[in-house]
Design a protein around this ligand. Structure first.
Ligand code: BGC
Length: 723
């Protein structure tokens, strides 16, 4: 039994934390608050700044660094973090799932949890016990580059899926060596910046924050999310990293968050160099520490400045102690002091990217895809299809298919892409070729580029389409048009893609559009003229298999949009949960409605809704609204329907959205089968945020709407009264 309390695994975590804290020098404490870029001479940084955490390193190097840390005066283990986003995708052989927006269209928390569990497992073997995910931004303006990283536009759905992901990563006990800590980011309002411009100002009121942007974070914290990352941007002139109201009053006090807060990349330094709210670096460091940041990502100057500030009496050491306490608590909980310090690279060899994980990636890809149009039931392709033309810039593009946050991974090495020797990614072309087998001839040509407006290849593509029974045109965007620092002002099909599509369609050959893209694009022409449209998002390494499986009818698509498609960029934002207006139910030059609405998605079968009934028509505090509806599969094949329940607070003290999602359920129905679906809405979920910033349920009439999408024509309606 060790005689030093903090080294004794039998002692309660809190005792171990206090014991260790009492032994630490100021420099050792401030070092624990520093997270540095592990790609930049980490040994030196460890020596000079006694850093407690590194990001963007994994594998062998974590062993070396842990070894050095173990040999230091107190032997405090290091914590390694990485963006293990839709898979531990920076690791060369890891499983890559669809991006977060794609996953959300499954409306399946169990699936999202499984993705988290597998990602955690794969990451943990490489020495990484912390991911910077989930992103819990509520999508608004589609011009913003990071839309692909969100779970869509509805705060309730984001909260449900975000909590599922937290559970998947963290499991039931962080001491399990194959769990990793989640990080709810970017706290908060980052997705609400003006003009969709990344990291600029978000002009949001507190009421707006509390109603739309904070609820998913509150849900993730309630689900036990271990860490939270502050956002880059400012709100009402205050950078999130300096926002004590957000970090202390709401997060730590009101929600009782006992994990730690990490800044985003050099947020502290940027308050001085870019946002210019702090005239010196020292001032930025002081403001960040006082506002409630615990770990500081990649601001190396934090170390010297914080030490100096405390020594000169300008920063109360209590802020440092509080931060270190929170960090150490989690290092203990992760078992890093006791047995989980080192990576298990050998053990990981059979686990990372194994067949079982790949099957899960395929399942996720299937469930993430949304069928947007299917004129005359062109899909699934019939046996009479013998010649398929696979056309378009994203038909065989590994990078677009895998999506963001994969860029250093082995799956993406250019040489692999060029010589096709890397077999781990199934592109659309690969998938269609494999599935078609000898049954039909598959011919292909790229036709155009997603960036370059050149049209030289289009004639050849049209030729190919003309000679085919069906043309599959794979268009969308790519990483040059998508992701962090890649906001766009135009949401139309870029490069030569629109002309390509028009030329193919003009041949008269039935045309299927497959979209591989990180965000909804404005595609009114395609919506009108293509015969079928399948939204595949960035579907991960099994994406091509899933797309082919859906096109050929092996699987019935079941995804529903979690984000609305615009007719035109000028409609931004065009989310379903708008507040009512009376002068503006349309633009003079286009509708106010989206092209494809939140909740919308087709199937190869047809579902009918009937007999909406409420168990009670009156609801008091503490009670739950119980609703039933009969859903019937009226088609010839089995299918999954996502039943959605929306509510409108008919009269309220402040304007509230015309509808808000409050419950949903996925149901599996055989041909001809009818199921009674029961949905529940607890009283508190009916709350609004009033002018005094209180969450209250206001008495009065509510409308309840149940159906297959957020569109009025897809909903059955009734009312109930709240007391
Ligand atoms: C991003 C974060 C990410 C961090 C670490 C930042 O640029 O905004 O989302 O987690 O880098 O890679």
């Amino acid at each position: 039994m060790p005689d030093v309390v903090y080294k004794d695994p039998q002692r309660p975590v809190e005792e171990r934390v206090e014991d260790l804290l009492s032994r630490m020098t100021l420099e050792e404490k401030v070092g624990q608050m520093c997270q540095l870029d592990g790609r930049q001479e980490p040994e030196r940084q460890l020596r000079e700044k006694q850093a407690g955490s590194f990001l963007h390193v994994m594998g062998q190097i974590t062993q070396r660094l842990q070894h050095l840390a173990e040999g230091s005066r107190l032997g405090i283990p290091l914590l390694f973090g990485i963006d293990a986003i839709h898979g531990h995708a920076f690791w060369p052989t890891a499983t890559v799932f669809p991006t977060q927006l794609g996953l959300s269209c499954s409306w399946n928390p169990d699936l999202v949890e499984e993705v988290g569990r597998i990602t955690a497992k794969e990451a943990s073997y490489t020495g990484v016990r912390w991911t910077f995910w989930p992103m819990l931004g509520t999508a608004r303006d589609l011009r913003w580059g990071r839309i692909d990283e969100t779970f869509g536009e509805d705060p309730y759905l984001i909260g449900v899926l975000g909590s599922a992901l937290v559970q998947g990563y963290q499991g039931d006990d962080l001491a399990d060596p194959h769990t990793i800590m989640a990080c709810a980011k970017h706290y908060a309002g980052y997705s609400g910046t003006q003009g969709g411009r990344d990291a600029s100002e978000a002009d949001l009121t507190k009421r707006h924050m509390l109603s739309l942007f904070l609820p998913p974070f509150r849900d993730a914290v309630a689900a036990g999310c271990a860490t939270v990352m502050t956002a880059y941007q400012s709100i009402d002139g205050v950078p999130c990293t300096a926002n004590r109201w957000l970090l202390w009053e709401v997060l730590k006090e009101e929600w009782g968050f006992d994990g730690f807060v990490v800044t985003d990349w050099n947020n502290v330094g940027r308050m001085h160099t870019e946002q210019k709210v702090c005239a010196t670096m020292e001032d930025a460091v002081r403001r960040a520490a006082e506002a409630g940041n615990d770990m500081i990502m990649t601001t190396p100057e934090f170390f010297e400045s914080a030490v100096k500030l405390v020594q000169s009496g300008k920063l109360d050491v209590a802020h440092v102690d509080e931060a270190v306490r929170r960090i150490l608590r989690l290092k203990f909980k992760l078992g890093l002091f006791d047995r989980n310090r080192y990576a298990d690279l050998e053990g990981g060899a059979d686990v990372i990217g194994c067949t079982e994980h790949r099957q899960a990636a395929l399942k996720a890809a299937y469930q993430s895809m949304v069928l947007l149009k299917n004129q005359d039931n062109l899909l699934p392709l019939g046996d009479d299809v013998r010649r398929i033309a696979v056309i378009g810039p994203n038909a065989d593009d590994v990078e677009a298919q895998l999506g963001d946050w994969v860029s250093w991974s082995g799956q993406l090495r250019k040489s692999d892409v060029a010589d096709r020797s890397h077999e781990s990614v199934v592109t659309v072309l690969d998938g269609i070729r494999r599935r078609a087998g000898d049954r039909c001839r598959v011919a292909t040509v790229k036709g155009c580029d997603v960036r370059d407006p050149g049209t030289a290849g289009i004639a050849e593509a049209a030729e190919l389409a003309r000679a085919a029974d069906v043309a599959v045109v794979v268009v969308g965007d790519g990483l040059a048009l998508n992701g962090e620092r890649h906001d766009r002002a135009n949401l139309d099909l870029s490069g030569g893609q629109r002309q390509l599509l028009q030329a193919v369609r003009a041949t008269g050959t039935p045309t299927v559009v497959v979209l591989i893209n990180g965000k909804p694009l404005s595609i009114p022409w395609a919506a009108r003229h293509a015969h079928a449209i399948l939204e595949a998002w960035n579907p991960g390494l099994e994406g091509g298999t899933a797309i082919a499986g859906i096109l050929f009818g092996d699987r019935n698509p079941s995804g529903k949009l979690t984000i609305s498609f615009p007719h035109h960029v000028g409609q931004q934002p065009v989310t379903y949960n708008q507040v009512p207006g009376w002068h503006a139910d349309h633009y003079v030059d286009m509708p106010a409605e989206p092209l494809f609405a939140f909740g919308y998605g087709l199937s190869y079968t047809r579902f009918a809704y009937a007999h909406l009934r409420l168990d009670e028509r009156e609801l008091a505090a503490g009670e739950t609204l119980r609703v039933q509806v009969d859903v019937k599969n009226n088609g010839e094949r089995e299918g999954i329907e996502v039943v959605q329940l929306y509510v409108n607070d008919v009269y309220s003290s402040v304007t509230t959205p015309v509808k808000e999602l409050k419950a949903f359920q996925r149901v599996d129905l055989k041909p001809g089968e009818v199921k009674t679906v029961r949905l529940e809405v607890p009283y508190e979920r009916l709350a609004l945020v009033n002018q005094d910033l209180e969450a209250v349920v206001e008495p009065g009439e509510f409308e309840v709407m149940v159906g297959s999408s957020s569109r009025d024509q897809d909903l059955l309606k009734d009312t109930f009264v709240v007391h």
